[in-house]
Design a protein around this ligand. Structure first.
Ligand code: PMV
Length: 337
């Protein structure tokens, strides 16, 4: 007999101060705080359906139609934590079947694990009646997932406690604060990346000479400055810090042994184009950022969108570059039915 079922969606977030490196691999505690903007569910999102039934003999999980290993540590950490905080479905005579789909390329550096684990945890939390902060549970699945729990601009405080209870997501500003901020995503390559972020982070933390300074000085200063820029809606400072942090993150990867290269020639072309365009305009009109992949995410004030899009169309005629916008509406994980 089916005991409960639920379908939820959750959006992707795009970091402007990148999370890179863990101090605890098991419960995913980061070496630095990070900050991101959340996209719209209409754009890049995960949809997850969960069914609990007395007839199921084991938990199962399907991602884009393919069966995943539910015994993987991260899934188990999430399930255990949710069940330990449950206020509903507590008699344990049931298992859950979970099906999750992304409406965009998975594992191509487009933050699919962020929307994926956020959606999984949000849906499970609804089903099991988990109360209070659930961003720390999403963090157990994938660090960046905790930031997708809120709309607008969100920071993930690295925290200091060993149990991770203070390593949570906090909304810096809701989307209504800066509604005319758009994001364009240029999908340069939608293939799965060669080096997973888990692998890359581990190697960088162990070998990159840049990591120490980045975690101790650069990121704390940038977190303070970018929060202030967001509060003041100062796009010049916001864009400047965003591009610098993306550049530094890829420099950390390049100074890792063996080096990790997520960007390709098209990514570098886009970076150059944006710097030239901003210079000619005499101000920061748009700002790029790249996660662990070659695809570009471009933050820009809405008024510059048409001009910037036509610039890309001119430089990439006929290329399959997809664009996603973030428009003015609040965006958080939500229940579909
Ligand atoms: O949450 P993960 O393990 O997918 O790592 C995300 C790492 C970056 O996307 C590169 C940076 C970030 O803060 O999202």
């Amino acid at each position: 007999m089916v005991l409960a079922s639920i379908t939820c969606t959750a959006p992707v977030n795009i970091a402007v101060i990148k999370y890179w490196g863990k101090r605890d691999e098991n419960i995913i505690l980061p070496l630095n705080s990070s900050l991101s903007g959340t996209l719209h569910q209409d754009d890049l999102k995960t949809t997850t359906t969960i069914v609990a039934s007395e007839d199921y003999t084991e938990d199962e999980l399907y991602l884009n139609g393919k069966k995943e290993d539910i015994n993987a540590v991260r899934y188990q950490n999430v399930l255990k934590m949710i069940r330990s905080r449950a206020t509903k479905l507590m008699d344990k005579k049931h298992c859950v079947h979970i099906a999750s789909i992304n409406n965009f390329p998975t594992a191509a550096g487009l933050a699919s694990s962020a929307s994926g684990y956020c959606c999984l945890v949000f849906s499970l939390a609804q089903m099991y009646g988990v109360e209070g902060d659930i961003s720390a549970i999403a963090r157990l699945g994938s660090g960046s997932a905790c930031r997708s729990m809120y709309g607008g601009f969100v920071k993930w405080e690295m925290g200091v406690k060993e149990d991770g209870s203070d390593s949570i997501a906090i909304q810096v500003q809701p989307e209504s604060h800066w509604p005319d901020m758009n994001i364009i995503v240029l999908v340069v390559n939608d293939k799965k990346k060669e080096t997973s972020s888990t692998d890359g982070m581990q190697k960088s933390a162990a070998t990159s000479v840049m990591m120490k300074e980045r975690c101790a000085v650069t990121v704390p200063n940038r977190m303070r400055d970018i929060e202030e820029a967001i509060n003041k809606k100062d796009f010049q400072t916001f864009g400047d810090i965003t591009m610098k942090d993306s550049d530094d993150f890829h420099e950390v990867c390049a100074t890792t042994t063996p080096p990790i290269y997520y960007l390709n020639d098209t990514s570098r072309y886009i970076m150059n184009l944006i710097h030239r365009y901003n210079k000619l305009s005499g101000s920061v009109k748009c700002a790029y950022t790249f996660d662990a992949g070659p695809n570009a995410c471009i933050y820009l004030p809405a008024e510059n969108t048409t001009e910037v899009l036509s610039l890309f169309m001119k430089h990439f005629p006929g290329d399959n570059i997809q664009t996603y916008y973030r428009g003015p509406k609040e965006n958080i994980p939500s229940i579909e039915n």
